[in-house]
Design a protein around this ligand. Structure first.
Ligand SMILES: Nc1ncnc2c1ncn2[C@@H]1O[C@H](COP(=O)(O)OP(=O)(O)O)[C@@H](O)[C@H]1O
Ligand SMILES: [Mg+2]
Length: 372
């Protein structure tokens, strides 16, 4: 018997809503259909704007929450129509939502994802699991990263010391040791977000296609060393971060300190190296016995970044999750489909050794569809 779930993911890159239809009946997830819906320009702009302190946040957040609910529902309906699958055969949707603020430290830590799940459930007729991070935070965790449990299920117990590396806007690693079940993982820092922001500011493009521009530039060692001093990189896990921390204003603070002029292309090369180096350092430091790194996320399309990573990781083999049959573009969306299944079945979705939560908890709230 097939078990259909839909995963909806839109990460810190704010590039698109990734919708995936997946059969989770067997241990290995089977991707049946995918659909990527690029954010309309005005929605993209409003999301980015609400990620920072801005005017009239409550009303704008409320409105965007409803608007995104409709967009997520539409993405799901298109996905299912393309797959010729009746919504009534789908057990649940797992919708990550769009993060507009992630504040896991300090007094009253919180993480806010929007994309109204009541709208999604009503418009699709499918039970919708959303708001995945709250329960982990309530249990004392960072609420992030949440994908390691799925990484473990899909790629763990392989007999080798393996790391799953997701390079989205932010990069996160999951270390899956060969001989224990002690899964660890955390956000290493910037993945694509700084490079993307720089491309948008100076090169009128959304991203550095294939990493070609960065490849032709020159890494500025002084700037790189200064960026590496940022306390986030030395902080011990559990830790998680977002675009409210790693953004262009973070970068300009460091640029101003150095008080020199820089070529935009060389800054891009330096930002690419920063991502590669902080990921490699995190793996070398926290999972030194790793022999295989499997990469997923949009960063897999940046060949220059991957080749720098491979160089920095020495003898460790760097490949994508495709090696084991899972398309790297869809791992995160599949993870949220899987987390929906965990929620529906009343099983935990967090890993306390990753998020710092005191206990394993069931993640997400279930919004019941009104079946007519
Ligand atoms: N052809 C490409 N070359 C380089 N980078 C790319 C390419 N295609 C996509 N990307 C990068 O991947 C990002 C999207 O990755 P994704 O995994 O969706 O991240 P997120 O989960 O944060 O949304 C884009 O913003 C871009 O930085
Ligand atoms: Mg994305």
């Amino acid at each position: 018997m097939a078990e259909y779930y839909v995963g909806l993911m839109s990460g810190t890159s704010v590039d698109a809503i990734d919708a995936v239809l997946v059969d989770l009946a067997e241990n290995a997830p089977k991707i049946l259909q995918t659909y990527s819906y690029p954010f309309p320009r005005d929605v993209h702009k409003e999301i980015i704007s609400l990620c920072e302190i801005t005017d009239n946040e409550i009303v704008r957040t409320g409105m965007l929450d409803m608007q995104l609910g409709h967009l997520f529902a539409n993405a799901t309906r298109t996905l299912l129509a393309n797959a010729d699958v009746d919504p009534s055969t789908v057990i649940a949707i797992g919708s990550h939502g769009q993060t507009i603020r992630h504040q896991p430290e300090g007094d009253h830590p919180f993480s806010l994802q929007i994309g109204n799940p009541a709208i999604i459930a009503l418009q699709t007729g499918i039970n919708t699991v959303a708001d995945f991070r709250n329960a982990d935070i309530a249990a004392g965790g960072q609420g992030a990263p949440l994908v390691p449990a799925f990484h473990d299920q899909a790629f763990g117990s392989s007999g080798v010391n393996r790391v799953i590396l997701n390079i989205g806007g932010i990069a996160n690693i999951t270390a899956l040791p060969a001989d224990t079940h002690q899964v660890t993982g955390f956000d290493t820092g910037p993945g694509n977000t700084l490079m993307d922001a720089w491309m948008q500011e100076y090169f009128n493009a959304s991203y550095d296609d294939g990493g070609r521009l960065a490849h032709q530039g020159t890494i500025n060692k002084a700037l790189l060393n200064s960026l590496l001093q940022d306390p986030y990189f030395a902080q011990t896990p559990p830790k998680s971060t977002g675009r409210e921390y790693f953004n262009l204003s973070w970068l300009s603070d460091y640029l101003e300190q150095l008080d020199a002029t820089f070529e935009p292309q060389n800054i891009l090369s330096t930002l690419t190296e920063l991502s590669a180096l902080t990921i490699a350092n995190a793996i070398n430091q926290h999972a030194p016995a790793t022999t295989e790194v499997l990469v997923c996320g949009g960063g897999t399309k940046n060949q220059y970044l991957l080749s720098r990573l491979s160089d920095l990781l020495g003898t460790c083999n760097v490949d994508t999750t495709q090696k084991y049959g899972l398309d790297p573009d869809w791992v995160e969306a599949v993870a949220f489909a899987w987390l929906a299944k965990q929620a529906v079945e009343g099983k935990p979705g967090n890993i306390p050794s990753v998020t710092g939560a005191k206990y394993p908890v069931v993640l997400g709230g279930i919004y019941k569809a009104l079946k007519t």
